[in-house]
Each structure stands twice: as C-alpha cells, then as structure tokens.
Design a protein around this ligand. Structure first.
Ligand code: ATP
Ligand code: MG
Length: 279
C-alpha cells in the first residue's frame, strides 16, 4: 500500500503513472480483500477507542476526488463499525456568503480534529486550488499562493499533534461515464445525479492538471497524499482502510493510567449498603 503514497513534492503524471484499475498484490483476490476489510474495520474501531481514551493524538483523514469516484462510499465502507461518537465527517461545499467573506482556511480550521478526535474531510481546503483554478474563480497569482499556505497550515496542524492522511480517489473518464449512466438508470441512485455533473466532466483534463500539480506541491513528509486506484470499489476501500490503520498503529497509543487503589473501590462497592430514605 506504500506504493500509493506520494513522496514529498514528487512530480506525477496521473494518466501515465497511476492506473485506476490497479490491484497491487490483490489481483483476483476480491473475496479475500473484502474479508480483510472486515478485519481492518474491527482494528480501526479498537484504535479509535484508544485514540479517544488517551486524548493525545488528533487524526485528520482528507478525501478528494472527481464526481462519482466514491468519497461517500469510501467513508461509509471504511468507518462502518466505528463508534459513531468517535468519528466526525466535515463536508465542504460551495462556500456560503459568510465563509466566502473570510480567508479560505477559516471554515476549514474550524473543523480540524481536537485531541482524541478523528475527523474525515469530504472535500477540503484543496477545492481552493482545484475548482477555483479550473473555473477561474481567482486569478492564478492568487490561487498559486494557496499551495504554500496549505503546506504551512498542515505543518501547524502536525506540529500540534495531528496526523494527516490525504487520499485522492483516482477513477478514469470512462469509469465516470459508466457510473453516471448507472445513476441515471437506477431509481435509488437518480437523486445523486446532478445535471451540473456533465459540464464538470467536460473539464476533466483541466481537473487532472489541477490535481496533479496540487498533489505534487502539497505532498510532504508530514502530510502525505495517497493516490488510490478507485475504479474497483472494494480495492479502493481496502487501500484507504489499510493506510489509516497502519498510521494509527504507528502512533503507539495506550489507555490512560487507571485510578489508584482499584481494589479499595472494588471492596467498597461489594460492601456498600445504600438505604432508601423514606419521607
Ligand atoms: P459531492 O459531489 O462531493 O458528492 P454533492 O454533489 O452532494 O457532493 P455539491 O453541492 O456538489 O454536493 O457540493 C460540492 C461542490 O462544492 C463541488 O462542486 C465543489 O467543487 C464545490 N466547492 C467546494 N469547495 C469550494 C470552494 N472553496 N469554492 C468553490 N466551490 C467549492
Ligand atoms: Mg457533486
């Protein structure tokens, strides 16, 4: 899974170097892969409990992708089984007026994990160098500054105890077409289809250029990107879960020290008499 991690400031050519159909070592092993994901979910649940109890580390999982690549599906598959109190998902849509009136990191900073928390970003600060670039919502000299601003922001977060894992779910143009057609043809999925998805799709190659540069400029030692092959949902979920579980294990977390004299409290509980007061 380490293969999908982008080295600091590594140049990438998404079309050439990153196969959305890749299976790594799992080719032809879908059943095993799905079983492995079940194990990983259980591990993630256990790790999240210690994360919460220890109240030291902060974990930020950030997901970016083109429409239909499966941001929602990945979050559902990977975090299914994790205590809902322990995970928070923050989605970043078109900025509201008040958000747009602030700097672009204002709304993002407000959602970062505190000690003991795991937060998932569904879209993120990166929209400011993706959609903003592709649609010319800011002049180039403005959005270009955001690479460094994002790196500095992420450095601040990691310096203050946050583990950041960034994922780009990589599908190809043809897979997106199939998925859009499936949405149109399936009554339960029609709500997900937005006519606006088609004009966005026409900008595919501009988006790829924007993603390539953003990933290269902002993959750092402290906040690495992972380019996840995402044409096959089960493999996509497996890669994301595996990377998160590996990273959490490395934190070497422990439950806090128990209160002293537990035996004394046990004795007290066993011997207690609580009388009901009559009025
Ligand atoms: P998704 O497509 O993520 O599954 P959705 O279709 O339910 O979500 P949308 O209303 O499409 O929700 O919200 C996401 C939209 O907001 C995207 O088109 C995205 O590019 C846009 N967006 C997010 N951040 C910004 C930003 N900073 N500036 C402009 N547009 C943004
Ligand atoms: Mg959308």
């Amino acid at each position: 899974m380490e293969d999908y991690r982008v080295k600091p400031h590594q140049k990438i050519d998404l079309a050439k170097d990153c196969d959305p159909n890749d299976y790594g070592e799992w080719k032809g092993k879908k059943a095993k892969g799905v079983a492995r994901l079940t194990e990983l979910r259980a591990e993630l649940d256990a790790l999240q409990q210690v994360l919460y109890a220890e109240h030291q580390h902060k974990v930020l999982v950030l997901i970016q992708a083109m429409d239909t690549a499966g941001k929602d599906g990945t979050i559902r598959a990977v975090f299914d089984g994790v205590n809902p109190q322990g995970v928070h998902v923050a989605s970043f849509k078109v900025p509201t007026q008040i958000e747009a009136d602030h700097d672009f990191l204002w709304r993002v900073h407000a959602q970062v994990p505190a000690k003991g928390e795991l937060v998932v970003f569904n879209r993120s600060q990166y929209e400011q160098v993706l959609v903003v670039r592709v649609h010319n919502l800011e002049p180039e000299k403005e959005w270009r500054k955001h690479y460094q601003q994002i790196n500095d922001f992420e450095k601040l977060l990691t310096d203050t105890g946050t583990t950041i894992l960034k994922f780009f779910l990589n599908i190809d143009l043809d897979e997106q077409k199939q998925r859009l057609l499936e949405r149109i043809d399936t009554p339960e999925k029609q709500w997900k289809f937005s006519p606006g998805d088609l004009p966005e799709r026409k900008l595919w190659w501009q988006y790829m250029e924007a993603y390539q540069e953003a990933i290269s400029q902002t993959s750092t030692e402290y906040a690495p990107w992972h380019i996840v092959p995402a044409n096959h949902n089960w493999y996509r979920n497996l890669v994301v879960a595996e990377v998160i579980v590996e990273a959490l294990k490395k934190l070497d977390m422990h439950y806090p020290q128990a209160a002293e004299d537990l035996d004394q409290y046990k004795k007290e509980l066993n011997e207690e008499v609580i009388e009901k007061k009559e009025n």
